[in-house]
Design a protein. Structure first.
Length: 329
């Protein structure tokens, strides 16, 4: 790790990050590089996400949950590609609020999730910044050679599915900001999802075997399905009424007067980290068996068509959304 934050860098690395390093490939974080062996018959799959204070997490979010969110949003990318994660590179840009206790909390969050998801730190960098805190992580994984599930495999006649529930990321942010009024247990569930989304790694092998196109839902369901439509050169039609909601999401939805507007907020809000994918209709029965076996909620939203873009329907009629999802500009 390169030396920039002289005052706290080496103590942070030695006491907090080195214990997270892979015992062999990470070289104890005592070198400038990690050394990875090849794996015959597999492709190395890489993804990278960054999170910034005030954009992806709130200034008063605990840093252990910030670390967990950083790790999990990257794991979600690999899950949607049908890949098996094994390690990551990390860059920490500590702000003035990131003293020693906050750094300890950050490392503790990583340690818990490393154990839960079977990954290890390989290396990276740690610096200080006068601006807001930000963190960047590059996740590495393996997939059978030539079998990574891309965005470009959807074909007319294929079906469109999503795992889990949609809208909890958007509602969790509103709850964390104090903009919602729901029962305390519903608020807690939403905030926890926003801070610590759960990647669908249990479904990764099913995506690998059965999905024709796939990605994780980070920018909003409609926007992300639009990425599949664009890459595949097809159209996608979905029915908003089929949007799967959590108990907390349903409680919020039931309190809304305008159902169409409420669903629009949920399918464009982002931060869900579920897997949206397409598959041939002939594979639906097997797909549902695999989902049931893994206790993964699975919802068929619509179908792939000739044409382009995503058509959203409500009450059987096409509707125009004010925006497809979240963008960074």
């Amino acid at each position: 790790m390169a030396a920039v934050d002289v005052a706290g860098e080496f103590e942070t690395i030695t006491r907090l990050l080195a214990p997270l390093a892979h015992p062999e490939w990470g070289r104890g974080l005592k070198d400038d590089v990690a050394v990875l062996p090849s794996r015959p018959g597999y492709d190395l799959v890489l993804t990278k996400d960054a999170i910034v204070e005030g954009v992806h997490f709130l200034p008063d979010d605990p840093l252990d949950t910030v670390a967990q969110k950083l790790l999990r949003v990257n794991l979600s990318d690999l899950a949607a590609k049908g890949a098996e994660p094994f390690g990551y590179l990390l860059a920490c840009h500590w702000s003035e609020r990131c003293g020693w206790p906050e750094r300890v909390a950050f490392a503790e969050g990583l340690a818990r999730d490393q154990k839960a998801f079977g990954v290890a730190l390989l290396g990276g960098d740690t610096v200080v910044t006068p601006g807001p805190a930000s963190f960047s992580l590059t996740m590495l994984g393996w997939a059978a050679k030539g079998r990574v599930v891309g965005r470009n495999g959807a074909r007319p006649g294929h079906l469109v599915f999503v795992t889990g529930q949609i809208g909890d990321g958007y509602l969790g942010l509103q709850a964390a900001r104090g903009n919602l009024k729901l029962a305390p247990e519903r608020m807690t569930a939403l905030i926890d999802h926003y801070r610590r989304p759960m990647p669908q790694l249990a479904f990764s092998s099913v995506i690998h075997d059965l999905a024709s196109a796939s990605l994780d839902v980070s920018d909003g369901l409609v926007a992300d399905l639009g990425h599949i439509a664009a890459a595949s050169g097809v159209g996608i039609e979905i029915d908003l009424e089929l949007t799967p909601l959590s108990l907390a999401g349903q409680a919020w939805f039931d309190s809304r007067v305008d159902e169409q507007a409420a669903l629009e907020q949920l399918v464009t809000g982002g931060d869900d980290y579920e897997i949206a994918f397409t598959t041939p209709a002939s594979d639906e029965a097997q797909l549902r068996r695999e989902a049931e076996r893994r206790h993964v909620r699975l919802t068929r939203l619509g179908r792939v068509t000739e044409g382009q873009g995503v058509t959203t329907r409500f009450g059987g009629q096409p509707i125009t959304l004010s925006k497809p999802g979240f963008t960074h500009g």
